[in-house]
Write a protein that binds this ligand. Sequence first.
Ligand code: NAD
Length: 376
Amino acid sequence: MSVYAHKEFDDHQQIAFFNDRQSGLRAIIAVHNTNLGPALGGCRMWPYSYEEDAIKDVLRLSRGMTYKSAIANLKLGGGKAVIIGDPRTEKSDALLYAMGDFIEGLGGRYITAEDSGTSVTDILKMGERTSYVSGVDKASDHGGDPSPSTAYGVFISLREAVAYKMQRPDLKGLKVAIQGLGNVGYRLAEYLHEAGALLYVTDIVQASVDRAVRELDAIAVTGDEIFSLDVDVFAPCALGAAINDKTIGQLKAGIIAGAANNQLATVDHGLQLHKKGILYTPDYVVNAGGIIDVYYQRKMLEPEYSAQNYASDLATKVEEIGDTLKEIFERSAAENIPTFMVADRVAEERFNKTDLVRQPIKSDAPAATQSYSKSV
Ligand code: NAD
């Protein structure tokens, strides 16, 4: 199989394969683009049945990180790591140390974080062997978990979309259907409740639904019912591909704004939303609060950068998501192009700037940190 000719290759700058016989580690790190800075993205551990699946996953995910960081105007590139193995049975300290050594060997071109199959503890272990891990849990007020920032970014996005499409200055009485009440979804529900919205919620974990009913006066709905509700906004906050062949015809909401990654099953579903006049807020624009948080947490490793700088930069940058979205909505309307395509163009304009001369990636990180990050 040729990697250069791979369907998902998309001009990746570097793809590194690692094998450590002693610990059993087999891992791939993909660095998609470092025009704007070092590549930051999570490290996934997954029992891929085929090597081909691992390669496809890492290429797709690292490309996504380039777009997410670029659209958020961060000095970061896009990268991702995958460890081939079952996180429940094949993880060991030796394997995580070997992964830390692998990351260290890239000299700062790639910075890792938590993702599916890797935990806080795992990233801390890797951090014993490399400083290129993200987040500084001690200094952030929520223990390094970027989910609250992600949720706030989604809330701002939803508000912007409502103001744009419905010309409503506030969210009082707005009907919102939320799929998934996890780390991000539940916090989003709290923000919306506080703003006076009426919530319809579903989750496969009944306790989360019960809590939302009890604490946020939410209305519980079951399973697929969430797609066909007569609401103003649908907020997918569970898994990817919520907008697919089965669900797209059921949607009555005029706006889609949620946290989940890769919400459109295919490009065609994005085109269909545009044709139907449903305002889709592109997922990686909306859910960039997490990467923004992790970026500023890492800046706190710099001696001159304080916790106050972190708090104020984080707030400003997350608020900027709303401005970016407005720009996307306006371009989408003016050029009659779906919002997800406009987002890609804006991101590409930012990381492919013709006047940009790619800088060498400095190995300037301080000693290994006590840090971690959740999936961003
Ligand atoms: P989470 O695992 O805490 O929450 C997901 C929730 O969805 C869980 O409560 C789960 O029970 C529920 N769920 C799963 N399948 C469901 C289904 N079929 N129907 C209804 N509910 C279902 O994850 P999270 O951190 O809240 O992230 C939510 C989404 O946002 C994910 O797609 C994640 O990739 C994306 N995201 C998260 C962050 C972050 O900072 N946490 C950042 C960017 C993107």
